[in-house]
Design a protein around this ligand. Structure first.
Ligand code: SF4
Ligand code: FES
Length: 322
């Protein structure tokens, strides 16, 4: 085991653990934000720089500090390493600069974006962003693109984290999209207008940290904070069938995978569960999903929400509860 201290808290981790995962083992506010790393996707990380930390002591053998901030998602822990995240002014200042950089081309269209309320970049901007932009140049602009009949790409919002590319490569059996070109003309696109029609392609919507990839069956139908999130499952031959139903009254507006505290999917779900099963009778409802109190989604009336208040209207016993 290797001993590492992050923001004055010491823990022990296995060899090969990254600083980010060591911080996640400790938990709480010292965990650096991650916009491109995704623990279930091999090769992810190292693109967005939101997870930068300061290494104050490299290791027991070499106590010198590292000269620059390092991405915690791709830097391995050494025995005796001492790291600063929220206890370092330099890291916090740099994180502010990274957020400003990510927002250079990202439109501030949260009022009309379907990801609003559950967008990692929106949350990061509230925590670390500047109050106004200093950017005076022209922003990149791309026309929205359809990825088949269920997924829409708004390239203007993409931060090029590559998560969707890794999902296509590792979770589906045929990747037909990727990052084209280099530098500030880079864009996510399908090769020669191929549609993403794989059974697991819908997962690219869930891993996208911003509103670049959205569910066309849900777009503009409702704001996420007006819906009720219910855990549910069904027997599915293709995936674990464990999902979250986003409901309004007794109607299912959207089906997504279940995400953990770091916004990562617990299980990838298939397109049949995601797009085709929108009747309550398709699902065994488990109960209301636990949503962080700090999330805008928890603006719901959870006090009154029970499994019965969702199920009964279907049986015609009471009016739907909203
Ligand atoms: S579309 Fe979303 S998931 Fe894909 S690279 Fe852009 S921001 Fe990342
Ligand atoms: S999460 Fe580490 S660089 Fe993006």
């Amino acid at each position: 085991m290797l001993r590492v201290t992050i923001d004055n808290i010491t823990t022990e981790v296995d060899e090969g653990t990254t600083i980010l995962n060591a911080a996640r083992k400790i938990g709480g506010k010292i965990v650096p934000p991650a916009m491109c790393y995704y623990s279930k996707l091999k090769g992810s990380g190292g693109k967005c720089r939101t997870c930068l930390v300061k290494v104050i002591h490299s290791s027991e053998l070499d106590p010198r500090p590292l000269p620059k901030l390092v991405p915690s998602c791709s830097t391995l822990v050494q025995n005796g390493m001492v790291v600063a995240n929220i206890t370092s002014d330099e890291v916090l200042k740099e994180r502010k600069a990274i957020v400003e950089f990510l927002l250079i081309n990202h439109p501030l269209d949260c009022p009309v974006c379907d990801q609003a309320g559950e967008c990692d970049l929106q949350n990061l901007s509230y925590e670390h962003g500047l109050e106004e932009t200093r950017y005076e140049e022209d922003r990149r602009e791309f026309a929205p693109q359809d990825f088949g009949d269920k997924i829409k790409l708004h390239m203007n919002r993409c931060i090029l984290c590559y998560r969707c590319v890794y999902v296509a490569e590792q979770i589906t059996n045929e990747r037909v999209h990727g990052v084209l070109y280099r530098g500030d003309v880079s864009e996510i696109s399908t090769f020669v207008e191929n549609f993403i029609e794989n059974d697991f392609s819908g997962n690219i919507i869930d891993v996208c940290p911003v509103g670049a990839l959205t569910d066309k069956t849900f777009r503009f139908k409702n704001r996420v904070w007006f819906t009720k999130a219910m855990d549910a499952h069904r027997h599915c031959e293709e995936c674990a069938g464990k999902v979250v139903l986003w409901m309004f009254g007794s109607e299912i507006y959207r089906v997504t995978g279940r995400k953990d505290q770091y916004g990562e999917l617990e299980d990838f779900i298939c397109n049949e569960c995601r797009f085709e099963k929108k009747n309550l009778s398709d699902w065994e409802v488990e109960g209301p999903r636990d949503i962080k109190r700090t999330s805008v989604i928890s603006q719901n009336h959870y006090g009154k929400l029970t499994k019965q208040s969702i199920i009964k209207p279907i049986e015609g016993k009471t009016e739907p509860q909203e």
